[in-house]
Write a protein that binds this ligand. Structure first.
Ligand code: DAT
Ligand code: MG
Length: 139
């Protein structure tokens, strides 16, 4: 059985470019319910902890610097089969390879600055939602 919750972030480049409203509109039109949401600035250490599974990879430094370079919008989303559906909805990690009409295709700049995050499993979704939100914020 698959879960109905995923976690997303609008990344600093997309937030800075003023795409937050458009991206949230697409998400809602895509049938996702916003269960929790906040705008927040991550410190480099917090970004490092969020992306700890990538520690040691060549892009870790660039990734954590970028993700702490400005505000992000974090949200918990609900839809049937949310994790898989949302990964498809946002498109491939590299915006130049993302299917036309996906969020990363529309709003991503490059491989690093790819507009949005999407959880890769139900376990990740739960970890990531818990990283940003308390139970009462998700109710
Ligand atoms: P995704 O965000 O599609 O789950 P990921 O978990 O493999 O991709 O990587 C996390 C983020 O790190 C990704 O959204 C963008 C960045 N990234 C991944 N591979 C990269 C690379 N080779 N160079 C620069 N940034 C990279
Ligand atoms: Mg990932």
């Amino acid at each position: 059985m698959t879960g109905n919750i995923t976690f997303t972030m609008i990344k600093p480049s997309a937030f800075e470019a003023g795409y937050t409203g458009n991206i949230l509109a697409l998400i809602e039109q895509g049938g996702y319910k916003i269960k929790a949401m906040k705008k927040i600035c991550l410190s480099k250490a917090e970004a490092g902890l969020f992306y700890e599974m990538h520690f040691g990879k060549p892009f870790y430094e660039e990734l954590t610097s970028f993700m702490s370079s400005g505000p992000i919008v974090a949200a918990v989303l609900e839809k049937e089969n949310a994790v898989e559906a949302f990964r498809k909805f946002i498109g491939a990690t590299d915006p130049s390879k993302a299917e036309k009409g996906t969020i990363r295709n529309l709003y991503g700049k490059n491989l690093g600055e790819n507009a949005v995050h999407g959880s890769d499993s139900d376990e990740s979704a739960e970890r990531e939602a818990t990283f940003f939100f308390s139970l009462i914020e998700r109710s």
